[in-house]
Design a protein. Structure first.
Length: 346
């Protein structure tokens, strides 16, 4: 792989220097000062803020445009089009398969097992399929807490899987919802688990979905260097997104972020309790994230009824493993009260 050496990478940006090397426009627009220039690809100060936030070294991070961009980069790096495959465990986040299909690379599904009212990884089957050379699996995606089920998977099981797959494929652990999770992050395991790559995002816990800031973390620093120098866009992070990320990672705002997460978790608990009182609800899957997967009769009709009343839910009812299920993101107390009120009148 040969990377693109951008003007920004070659020269940096220093005060008092005249930059005529990047075909930028020298004129600033009033109110948008500085935006006539390309951003630094991976600003060091922000890398340091991420490193402190996630408890890793800044040499173990690549900052990306949301975790979504990291998914595309990883699929591109590890998978040979028309030859390799990724392994997923449905029901899970749909973008893993979408990015694979776009390459195109194959998707092998080892579905989650539904047991005791929750979902579990089919660990032995995952290991068997991912180590079978005929399958050409290059990436195993595990989402924990998993979207849309809300399930967190045991760190010990993920370590067992990583160890069994060493030399076969990488394990990409999507921790987009880790800030809401009691199970917590596996970032501390990165040093001892070289085939583990963790995805994090500021979209969920940090209220920054609109700015598209995420990252990948990996203990293998050579891999991080390879991604930064050879596999990314020349200028992946918009200047305003970089500034917003700094802001939410500052100590004062992190306190607010923490309070908001506590409010969401409190509301999740209240909603679970209140929803269970309704005889229209058949099951609520245990959640370690900021949403609930809810099984009810007439799920599709319920979604339509809610939409008629200006409340939009995510309908998973047509999929076999989530038959009659809807996913409810936890809102503010007032928004959640509206859901309970409408459930009564449904
Ligand atoms: C499991 C999971 N991973 C990744 C993403 C994408 O995150 P980002 O907004 O950082 O691109 C989402 C978004 O909903 C998600 O649910």
């Amino acid at each position: 792989m040969q990377g693109y050496s951008s003007a920004g990478m070659e020269s940096g940006k220093n005060q008092g220097v005249i930059y005529l090397n990047a075909n930028e426009n020298p004129y600033e627009i009033a109110g948008l000062e500085g935006l006539n220039r390309y951003p630094e690809p991976q600003p060091l100060a922000l890398l340091e803020a991420y490193a402190q936030n996630y408890g890793v070294d800044n040499s173990q991070i690549v900052m990306t445009r949301g975790a979504d961009e990291a998914l595309v980069i990883l699929t591109k790096i590890f998978c040979e089009p028309n030859a390799d495959k990724i392994l997923i465990s449905t029901p899970t986040f749909g973008m893993y398969a979408v990015d694979a299909n776009a390459m195109p690379v194959g998707v092998l599904d080892v579905p989650l097992i539904k047991e005791n009212g929750t979902f579990a990884l089919d660990k032995d089957n995952i290991i068997e399929q991912a180590t079978n050379a005929d399958n050409n699996i290059k990436i195993l995606f595990i989402c924990s807490p998993n979207n849309p089920t809300g399930t967190s998977f045991a760190h010990e099981d993920i370590i067992d899987i990583c160890e069994a797959l060493e030399g076969h494929c990488v394990v990409v652990l999507d921790e987009a919802y880790a800030e809401f999770s009691k199970t917590g992050s596996m970032a501390l395991d990165l040093d001892s688990t070289p085939n583990l790559i963790i995805l994090r995002t500021l979209s969920k816990g940090y209220s920054l979905a609109g700015m598209r800031m995420g990252c990948m973390l990996c203990g293998d620093e050579d891999f991080i260097t390879l991604v930064r120098t050879k596999a990314m866009d020349a200028y992946p992070l918009p200047i305003m997104s970089i500034e917003a990320a700094f802001h939410v990672l500052s100590p004062e705002i992190k306190e607010v972020v923490h309070e908001n997460i506590e409010k969401i978790l409190g509301e999740r608990e209240r909603m679970e309790k209140e929803l269970k009182k309704s005889n229209k609800i058949n099951h609520i899957y245990p959640s370690d994230a900021n949403f609930l997967l809810i099984e009810l009769d007439n799920a599709k009709e319920f979604c339509e009824y809610m939409e008629e009343n200006n409340v939009i839910l995510r309908d998973f009812s047509s999929k076999a493993q989530t038959k009659n299920c809807i996913r409810l993101s936890i809102g503010t107390k007032e928004e959640n009260d509206k859901v309970l009120e409408l459930l009564q009148s449904f």
